[in-house]
Each structure stands twice: as structure tokens, then as C-alpha cells.
Design a protein around this ligand. Structure first.
Ligand SMILES: Cc1cc2nc3c(=O)[nH]c(=O)nc-3n(C[C@H](O)[C@H](O)[C@H](O)COP(=O)(O)OP(=O)(O)OC[C@H]3O[C@@H](n4cnc5c(N)ncnc54)[C@H](O)[C@@H]3O)c2cc1C
Length: 510
């Protein structure tokens, strides 16, 4: 028989925090999730302006294919089969300002033909690249659950791909793009901040897309995180918003609870931090349990940049355009005094009817920046200049949008700009990062330890534990952490048991 479960407090109701709460609850733990913002979701969010909803996160959800192991894991935390996924034939279109264009198709035969037609001089590189994508289409993900024997058995086929995986994780997307002579093809691999991650990420994205395993869920982030939050509450988890944790309480090198900003103490037998890693280690724990390895990682690893998002409500049907268009610019766009970009991407959400009224389109444009101090300082100390800067960036983006689709400017009825200051206010991510650690040759894809040296009954999860971040990192790190907690407490980790008990008894298990 399982021993009496212990009380778990989770800091942060992003994807990781909510998944951990569901797993812990299913294993019988009383769970409270504390979220500083007014609503759950963290980075996986969208917001309403007038008749439009502006999506900030979701391009794709890995695991949309019912036969993929990741799909089975999503089923453990919410009813993913209720989502409707969209799979665009033309995934991305790369365009120059003089209307030259290159289509990146989801179907790999069609993609190869298009690349060869467009850039025959790059044939050798094109065929090598497509070969890599095709190889990884059949590369299994490391087993995400099950016994160690099962994980070992499914891990073996991965060995076959090890040299390719290593090669692709040792070169950035930008550097890989330089192997091609064609400017549009180079542009596809990115330029500047957005292209500093290992090209492996792009190759996997194409492979998952080709396999129909990275669909866009209609309803975007809200359709996913809203369902997970609802599920959590239905199975008896407590989700408190507007509850900002100031300190993790420690006694005898054991986490024993948290202190909120308003002075409230909450006791716990386990504390799991699903909040930003830097704040957790150096703020909430005051740097007392960092240890040399974590100190080194936090000094040398590179986070993803922060971003501005210009969102436009357009009273026009734009469904004749590709839903994701990268425009290579003749002149750089000035994002802030330290940041310029030479390409911008527009997302035209005509494939999601929940985001705009019929005949209208929600459009977004994400601009990376590392100049977080600039935006935070303006937002805090000079609101007028802050608004003026937002307006300037919006005007530049609108001018480029109108140059691309002449006359579209007149149909814009809503303009919204979020900045790194918004990201920090809503998610507290270190340096306003959009996705935690970049995958680089230094990081590889190996997760960071979920524990801190010398601190008991404490675990860390989420995008700061798994380089590359993304929604799956929340689920995977949460699942592993709860399994570890169960093992230590002598409790069976059985994420499906709760459902069976609940269904059979028509209520929560005792
Ligand atoms: C533009 C953009 C596009 C993206 N596209 C995709 C995509 O297509 N597919 C994909 O899978 N991923 C995508 N991602 C990445 C994905 O959104 C993130 O990696 C993921 O949501 C991170 O989840 P998390 O739970 O680890 O962290 P977060 O979402 O950052 O959650 C942390 C939570 O902790 C809370 N918190 C922090 N400090 C405290 C405190 N002291 N007290 C209480 N609460 C606290 C925060 O408010 C936040 O809610 C994208 C991200 C961005 C920004």
C-alpha cells in the first residue's frame, strides 16, 4: 500500500508547472500551484484585443500524430484528441522584397523538387540537407517513459543516428545556411539572433512536420493550456493565480515551503520550481545551493533572446497568402538602439477561425532582441517614450507589411505591441527569454540536473532544465520529476491509475 502522500507546492503555472501538478495529483499528492500572473500558461499564451486574439507562442505542437509516443504522453495530462490540428502544405514561404519566392513544403519530395528548381547550383547541399531530414524522420525519440529496459531497447536504434545528430548539433542554423549560395535558401536558415541555435532543431522541425507530428492546434495556446488547467482543477489540484513566490523556505537543507510576496507562508513536503531557473537558484534560494556545475552552466550557457511582438487585426481575408512568410529585407529594420534585423516573419492566422471574425485575419510579427534593459527601463521610467518606441516599431512593421501586400495598411483596425518588458511582467523569464537555453554545441540536448546540490525535497522543471525548451520540455521534465519524487516517497508512479479510479468510483480516490 502506498504511504500517506505528502503535500506538494509548485511555483509557476506554465506548461511545466501544470503538467507536474497533474502527474503529482494523479499519484495521490495534494498539490497547490502558485502563479504570479493573473492567469496560467506562462509563455504559452495569447491575448484578446477587440475582436482579435493574438497568439504569442504556438507554431506547432510536437505529438499531434496519434501514433507518436509524445501523443500518448499528452493524453496523460489532457484530452489532446479533442484538438483539431492544421497541417499546412506550404509550411513557410521565403520572399525577397522584389517578390522572388521559395516555398518550403511539408512534403519532402515536393520540397526537394522546389529547392532544386529554385537553386540548381546548390544541388549537392540540397540533397545532403534533405537526406538529413529524411533520416531523422525515422529517428525515434528517446523513450519518454516506461522501465529502464524499455528505454534502453528504444534507445538502441538512436545509436545509428548518433553521428548525424552530433554533426547537426555542432553547427548553428546560420552557419549551415552559409553552405548554400542562393540568398532565399540562406534566408530560410535564418540570420542573426534567431539563427544561433543548432541546425538540428530546424532539421527535426522539418522531419516532424513531414511526418504530420507537428500540427498547429486550432485555438492556439489557449486550447492547450486552458484544457490542462481545467483538467488540473477537475482532479482536485489547487491553482492560485496572483500568488507570487518571494522565497523558498529551507530548514536543515530541506525545502519546507514557500513565502509569498504578501507575507503568506505555505508549508510543503516537496517544492517544485517550474519558474525561471535563474530566479529560482539565485533569487528564491539566494544562491545558497548553486554548486560549481550549475554556476558554470548559468555563466556560460546562452539563453534564447527576448522578443517584441507586433500584432495586427486586419479587416481582410488573407487566406490566399501562405500562413507563415519570411521576408528578407533590403534595408535592416531597427528594433532598438542595439538591435537590427535583416529578415522578418509574418504569421497570418487565416487557418485558425477562432482568432478573428469571418473575413478578417489576426497577423503577428515577432522581432528578437537581447536589449531587455532598454525596454524594461523605458517601460518603468519613461512611459511616454516607451509608447513612442512601440509605435515606431509598429509603424516600421506596418510599412513592410504594406510594401508586401499593397493597400493592406488601410484594413488594419487593431495594432498591439508587446515588448521584453511584457514578457518579464507576465512570465518573469530571465532576460525575457522566449524559450530558455539555446541548443548549442556546448549544451547538446542533454537535460540539466533537476536537483541542486545539498538541497533535499526540491526539484526544478521546465524549459530551463531542457535546452531547446518548447512545450514538450515542460511535459517531459515534469513527468520525470514526479516519477523521481514518487520513487523517493515509495509511491507507485502510475499516471493512468487516477483516471481508472476516478472513472470507477465516480470521484477522487481517497
Ligand atoms: C514566440 C514564441 C514561439 C514559440 N513557439 C513554440 C512552438 O511553436 N511550440 C512549442 O512547443 N513551444 C514554443 N515556444 C516555447 C514555449 O512556449 C515555452 O518553451 C514553454 O511554454 C515554457 O514553459 P515553462 O512552463 O517551462 O515556462 P514558462 O511558460 O515561462 O512558465 C513559468 C511560469 O512561472 C511563473 N512564475 C515565475 N516566477 C514566479 C514566482 N516567483 N512566483 C509564482 N510564479 C512564478 C511565470 O509567471 C510563468 O507562468 C514558443 C515561445 C515563444 C515565446
Amino acid at each position: 500500500m502506498n504511504p500517506a502522500p505528502r503535500k506538494v507546492v509548485i511555483i509557476g503555472a506554465g506548461m511545466a508547472g501544470m503538467c507536474a501538478a497533474i502527474y503529482a495529483r494523479k499519484c495521490g499528492y495534494p498539490v497547490t500551484v502558485l502563479e504570479q500572473h493573473e492567469r496560467p500558461g506562462g509563455l504559452a499564451t495569447s491575448w484578446q484585443r477587440g475582436a482579435y486574439t493574438f497568439e504569442a507562442c504556438l507554431h506547432w505542437l510536437l505529438g499531434s500524430n496519434q501514433h507518436d509516443p509524445m501523443h500518448a504522453l499528452w493524453r496523460e495530462v489532457f484530452d489532446i484528441d479533442r484538438l483539431h490540428f492544421v497541417y499546412p502544405e506550404e509550411w513557410i514561404r521565403v520572399e525577397s522584397e522584389d517578390s522572388e519566392r521559395l516555398s518550403i513544403y511539408s512534403d519532402l519530395e515536393r520540397l526537394e523538387a522546389e529547392l532544386l528548381r529554385h537553386a540548381p547550383q546548390d544541388e549537392v547541399q540540397i540533397r545532403q540537407f534533405l537526406h538529413a531530414v529524411r533520416s531523422l524522420c525515422h529517428c525515434p525519440l528517446p523513450a519518454l517513459g516506461g522501465t529502464w529496459q524499455h528505454r534502453f531497447a528504444t534507445g538502441l536504434p538512436l545509436l545509428r543516428h548518433a553521428p548525424l545528430l552530433k554533426r547537426l548539433s555542432h553547427i548553428t542554423s546560420e552557419a549551415y545556411g552559409k553552405r548554400f549560395s542562393d540568398p532565399l535558401l540562406r534566408g530560410f536558415f535564418g540570420d542573426g539572433e534567431n539563427a544561433q541555435l543548432a541546425v538540428l532543431a530546424l532539421v527535426f522541425a522539418l522531419a516532424w512536420n513531414a511526418n504530420g507530428n507537428a500540427g498547429y492546434p486550432v485555438g492556439g495556446s489557449q486550447a492547450v493550456t486552458g484544457s490542462i488547467a481545467q483538467n488540473l482543477q477537475e482532479i482536485g489540484g489547487v491553482l492560485r493565480t496572483g500568488a507570487s513566490v518571494r522565497q523558498i523556505l529551507v530548514a536543515d537543507d530541506t525545502a519546507v515551503g514557500v513565502l509569498l510576496d504578501d507575507g503568506e507562508h505555505i508549508d510543503a513536503d516537496w517544492v517544485i520550481s517550474a519558474a525561471d531557473g535563474h530566479t529560482t537558484i539565485f533569487g528564491l534560494l539566494d544562491g545558497r545551493y548553486v554548486g560549481p556545475r550549475m554556476a558554470h552552466l548559468y555563466r556560460t550557457y546562452e539563453p534564447f533572446p527576448s522578443f517584441l511582438q507586433v500584432s495586427l487585426g486586419v479587416a481582410r481575408d488573407l487566406s490566399q497568402q501562405c500562413g507563415f512568410v519570411m521576408r528578407l529585407l533590403d534595408l535592416p529594420l531597427i528594433v532598438d538602439p542595439q538591435t537590427t534585423v535583416r529578415q522578418i516573419a509574418f504569421r497570418l492566422f487565416h487557418y485558425d477561425p477562432t482568432l478573428a471574425p469571418v473575413g478578417k485575419t489576426a497577423v503577428t510579427c515577432t522581432l528578437p532582441t537581447r536589449n531587455v534593459e532598454y525596454w524594461s527601463w523605458l517601460s518603468e521610467h519613461d512611459p511616454q517614450a516607451y509608447e513612442a518606441e512601440k509605435r515606431r516599431v509598429a509603424d516600421s512593421v506596418i510599412a513592410l507589411f504594406d510594401a508586401w501586400i499593397p493597400g493592406v495598411r488601410d484594413a488594419i483596425e487593431v495594432v498591439d505591441v508587446s515588448t521584453p518588458a511584457t514578457v518579464i511582467r507576465c512570465t518573469r523569464n530571465w532576460r525575457g527569454s522566449m524559450e530558455g537555453w539555446l541548443i548549442t554545441p556546448q549544451t547538446g540536448v542533454r537535460p540539466l540536473p533537476p536537483t541542486l546540490p545539498g538541497l533535499r525535497r526540491f526539484l526544478m522543471i521546465g524549459q530551463w532544465v531542457m535546452p531547446g525548451g518548447g512545450l514538450p520540455s515542460g511535459l517531459i521534465t515534469a513527468r520525470r520529476a514526479v516519477r523521481r519524487m514518487c520513487r523517493q516517497d515509495g509511491i507507485a508512479f502510475a499516471p493512468d491509475e487516477h483516471e481508472k479510479t476516478t472513472n470507477a468510483a465516480g470521484g477522487l480516490p481517497p
